[in-house]
Write a protein that binds this ligand. Structure first.
Ligand code: ATP
Length: 365
């Protein structure tokens, strides 16, 4: 078992820097997820840890060992890829055993490890089959099994679930979390899917354009994003953003745009006072925009009348789309809401849960 230390990792392809000063400690037994949009440098970072990509600058420690100059096969890591990469002519057993056979492990030890991994993954009954006779989910389990038998210090996983259909992905997500608890080992996991990141990671690294944006526990990322990018990337449906001007009138602060004026919550007024006369971006998650209710009577200055564009009933909740000035917003109402398309409706903003961002720097205020 081992943690990792990544010290100021830099990766350049020619003149193009795709990973900038990536600096992070990963704890022993941690499930760490790298998440971000396509091309942000996740896979390159993982491949540098794996030793599959040279590093331009920086240091990588696995446990206490500096591995910069240690070849991939000697780094005590196991990788699981998106495309499983199983050998089609070999049985499941042989696919799992092959790496150990190459390393000249004793037969009995190989047998023990394969059987144990097969049991953990519930694929004992599939050991004699060839990969073509397996479902996608079963193949992915074999790929995991092949990594598990190595008993590596660290698992590196690159989008291992992205070839599975949506239902199986949800199932395998939970299985990977269970597997992590059971193996008690360090996992570094790459995905572009924020739901996967949120549901599996002990901690999440959000990346953009080769830079780390924020490293945090899932709920901290959700409730305390450091900038506009993290706020918009984490959460589904995404956080709403509304450009408003901070105005002082009759001794009160107001947030004003062409079609509404709202009063910020007392907790935010101190910071907003510094910006009177300036624009800010108000961010609010869909679940904090409420249907007509007692809430609105309680906070009359946090509500406004809107025209409903689209209603998406999802069962337990209903997504409601509307526009406010130039901004398109989404609210998440209870499933039994009687909201109707193309009708005017009063919605209430729980501004205690609002975030404010600087439009220039995009940082949280
Ligand atoms: P995705 O989710 O699409 O896999 P990613 O976040 O994993 O994206 P990387 O694959 O790490 O992104 O790529 C980061 C950047 O580095 C991209 O702009 C990519 O085009 C570039 N890149 C990756 N590999 C090479 C290479 N071998 N030569 C040149 N540029 C590369």
């Amino acid at each position: 078992m081992a943690g990792l230390a990544l010290r100021n990792l830099v990766k350049k392809f020619g003149n193009n820097t795709v990973v900038h000063n990536f600096d992070l400690e990963i704890q022993d037994k941690e499930f760490l997820v790298l998440v971000g949009p396509s091309g942000c440098g996740k896979t390159t970072t993982l491949r540098m840890i794996a030793g599959l990509e040279d590093i331009t600058d920086g240091e990588i420690f696995i446990g206490d060992r500096l591995v910069n100059d240690i070849p991939s096969k000697d780094r005590d890591i196991a990788m699981v890829f998106q495309n499983y990469a199983l050998y089609p002519h070999m049985s499941v057993y042989d696919n799992m055993a092959f790496g150990l056979q190459l390393r000249k492990f004793p037969k009995a030890e190989i047998e023990r490890r394969v059987q144990e991994a097969a049991k953990i993954l519930s694929i004992e009954h599939l050991l004699e089959r060839k990969p073509r006779a397996l479902s996608g989910g079963q193949r992915q389990r074999v790929a995991l099994g092949r990594a598990i038998v190595r008993e590596p210090k660290v698992f590196l996983m690159d989008e291992p679930l992205s070839n599975l259909d949506a239902k199986l992905r949800v199932q395998m997500r939970a299985e990977l979390s269970k597997l992590h608890q059971r193996l008690q080992t360090t996992i570094v996991y790459v995905t572009h899917d924020q739901t996967e990141a949120m549901t599996m990671g002990n901690r999440i690294v959000v990346m953009k354009d080769g830079y780390i944006q924020q490293v945090d526990k899932p709920m901290n990322l959700y409730h305390h994003p450091k900038n506009l990018f993290v706020a918009s990337f984490i959460g589904s449906p995404a956080m709403n953003f509304l450009r408003v001007r901070v105005v002082s009138e009759d001794g009160f602060l107001w947030l004003v745009n062409s079609s509404t004026r709202l009063q910020p919550a007392p907790a935010h007024q101190e910071a907003l006072k510094m910006r009177i006369g300036q624009d800010v971006i108000l961010g609010i998650r869909p679940e904090y925009i409420h249907d007509e209710s007692a809430f609105i009577e309680e906070f009359p200055f946090w509500s406004t009348d809107v025209m409903i564009d689209v209603v998406e009933p999802l069962g337990i909740e209903t997504n409601v789309y509307f526009s406010l000035g130039d901004d398109n917003l989404i609210a998440r109402f209870k499933g039994n809401s009687d909201v109707r398309v193309l009708q005017r409706h009063k919605v209430g903003f729980d501004l205690l849960a609002a975030h404010y961002f600087d439009p220039e720097t995009q940082e949280i205020i």
